[in-house]
Design a protein around this ligand. Structure first.
Ligand SMILES: *Cc1c(COP(=O)(O)O)cnc(C)c1O
Length: 338
């Protein structure tokens, strides 16, 4: 993400529109590039930003839009790209959780100007740590290549350090593992999709919970499998249902990241470089207005999401076990049994 943002090269105080339901590793690079993250609300059914919520967050200072395909469910890229192209704003796709996902028959990571994929150990494929970026734009590719190499012009006639940049090179060992993992990706994705379809078939008639909202144009590749829970229908609410699942040996994480990113101290207290608060010192007041009522979808999403792990090794038996346990917990904890 840092490499992608460096390639876009914001002026200090420029704005990058993003989501508050994501990994902090997708937000801090915005600040390191001296830009201000501006949070778009999300659709509480898909947990993703939409063209409408992005549009509400745009300003004359918007330098880039980051879209995050959360949990493997792709954003509605057609509408988002129409908006971004009309305004000539580059789009960075955060595909860390969405390897292999598609919108309207095209893979995520090729819709926007740059795609970013993580190889951290918890993702669809891993090389221990690290990640990769994709682009079809030769200028962005050149700038990203330079940025990960301290902007040293390898191969140029008079090479120099052309601009401020870091050593973000992937080492050979990690690269070798990543290449080997890439060969397995297709199979991993299809196995996850199959296990998720079985979970959905086993759970979609249950009261009080909803299986993932997947548009017919979307291929969701299920980094995680999320249930949307009507908390007030269960004893103990969302947490009560989560406890019930854990008592049945089903791991789960209610609320995913617990709170929107802007409630974390780096953003809420503007803890950045020394005591300078930079680059927040350059921000429009509205860009850092994190009042709850501005993010109804974000709060609703976190209050209702129950994240279940999923991996490519799930067998039919595993899925059946999980389905039985969830059905049992729902039956027991539902307040008004139908
Ligand atoms: C994991 C993750 C990241 C960060 O990836 P790293 O490789 O750990 O930097 C960014 N965005 C999302 C959505 C993620 O899930």
């Amino acid at each position: 993400m840092h490499t992608a943002l460096a390639a876009v090269d914001p002026e200090p105080g420029d704005e990058v529109v993003t989501t508050a339901i994501t990994d902090m590793g997708a937000i801090t690079p915005i600040l390191y590039q001296a830009a201000v993250p501006v949070f778009a609300d999300v659709d509480p059914l898909t947990y993703n930003v939409t063209a409408r919520t992005i549009e509400e967050a745009l300003s004359p200072r918007t330098k880039a839009i980051v879209v995050t395909h959360l949990f493997g469910n792709p954003c509605r890229m057609g509408e988002i790209m129409d908006l971004a192209r009309a305004r000539r704003i580059p789009v960075i796709e955060d595909c860390a959780q969405a390897f292999g996902a598609e919108w309207n028959g095209r893979k995520v990571g090729v819709w926007g100007d740059i795609g970013c994929f993580s190889l951290q150990q918890g993702k669809h494929i891993t090389a221990g740590e690290g990640g990769l970026v994709t682009t079809n734009d030769p200028e962005l590719a050149r700038r990203m290549y330079l940025f990960i190499n301290k902007a040293w012009g390898y191969g140029d006639r008079n090479p120099d350090h052309y601009f401020l940049a870091l050593n973000y090179r992937m080492n050979e060992l990690t690269g070798a593992v990543a290449v080997a993992q890439l060969a397995k990706l297709g199979e991993f994705v299809e196995r996850r999709v199959k296990a998720a379809a079985q979970l959905t078939a086993g759970l979609n008639d249950l009261p009080g919970i909803s299986t993932p909202a997947v548009d017919r144009r979307a291929k969701h590749t299920y980094w995680k499998y999320c249930l949307r829970v009507e908390g007030d229908r269960f004893e103990g609410g969302l947490e009560g249902l989560a406890r019930g699942l854990r008592e049945r040996d089903i791991l789960c994480a209610p609320r995913y990241i617990q709170k929107p990113a802007f409630e974390c101290q780096v953003l809420s207290q503007q803890r950045t470089f020394g005591n300078s608060r930079f680059p927040f010192t350059l921000a429009r007041p509205e860009a850092v207005d994190y009042r709850r009522e501005r993010f109804p979808g974000t709060y609703e999403a976190l209050a209702s999401v129950l994240v279940l792990p999923l991996n490519e090794k799930y067998t039919d038996q595993h899925v059946a076990y999980v389905v039985d346990a969830i059905r049992d917990a729902v039956q027991q904890l539902l307040r008004d049994k139908p």
